[in-house]
Design a protein. Structure first.
Length: 259
């Protein structure tokens, strides 16, 4: 009889462990699918996420290998890349209508600002974000249908120690430089009963990253374009000067109309 009871207890423990593992794998996979599904709809670029690891007991987790691709026509392999990001949430909220995320910490993201006189990659992604989420009447039914059932509350969202890689290309050559990305910090997102959707959170964070990165890159991009002009041969001086003027105007136009 004692052996039977022991076997039953062991079987129950195994079932519980398997169930916990299944739930964890489901959640991890669901987060990964969500990022790779919502991301491309917002940015109209490739969005990839290597892995998600979430502990149901502690509520802590990690996201590894997030990459936001560049719009078509730009040469850099990505616009934004993140090696790792950590998060902490209230495990009990996973069963409620609103998941409470206590903190998200993104460390050392890398953003590429690429300009070719007439356009730059970050401005294009910003335009895609607005077209996808803030458009006219035709966009509203699609946005409503795409909203997931779960709402989010994010108490603290920090992005720190980031870098912006600036790449300027003109008819007389190209130059690159790296500048710091200013710290980005959000608090108390989705505090009300309505919370915030994954799409709304993604748009808010991406928009701030792109705007901060553009601001950090603007002065450096103008300097790089000017350096290219100074280094040009006499035969291409007029072409280089015209290129610099166009580059400066392209960079300045980024801030004339804030979305």
């Amino acid at each position: 009889m004692k052996k039977i009871v022991v076997r039953i207890l062991i079987a129950l423990v195994v079932v519980v462990l398997l169930a916990a593992l299944a739930v964890r794998l489901f959640l991890d996979g669901a987060i990964k699918r969500g990022v790779e599904t919502i991301g491309p709809k917002l940015t109209k670029t490739d969005v990839k996420l290597d892995a998600v690891s979430l502990s149901l007991l502690s509520g802590s987790g990690k996201i590894k290998g997030l990459l936001v691709g560049n719009p078509e026509g730009f040469k850099a392999p990505s616009a934004i890349s993140v090696g790792t990001a950590s998060l902490a949430l209230k495990p009990g909220s996973l069963l409620s209508d609103k998941i409470v995320v206590q903190s998200i910490n993104v460390e050392s993201p890398e953003v590429t600002f690429e300009t070719e006189l007439h356009a730059n990659n970050l401005k294009k992604i910003l335009a895609n974000l607005e077209e996808s989420t803030g458009g006219g009447e035709k966009e509203k039914p699609k946005e409503k249908e795409a909203k997931p059932g779960k709402k989010l509350q994010v108490d603290d969202f920090l992005i720190s120690a980031g870098k912006v890689h600036v790449r300027v290309t003109t008819p007389v050559g190209s130059k690159e430089a790296t500048v710091p990305l200013p710290e980005i910090h959000f608090t108390d997102l989705g505090q009300g009963p309505e919370g915030i959707t994954a799409a709304e959170l993604s748009k808010k964070v991406l928009k701030e990253i792109l705007e901060k990165a553009s601001e950090a890159a603007a002065k450096e991009a103008t300097k790089l374009a000017s350096d290219l002009s100074k280094g040009a041969s006499d035969l291409s001086k007029s072409l280089a000067t015209n290129a610099v003027e166009k580059a400066t105007k392209s960079i300045g136009d980024l801030f004339k109309k804030k979305p």
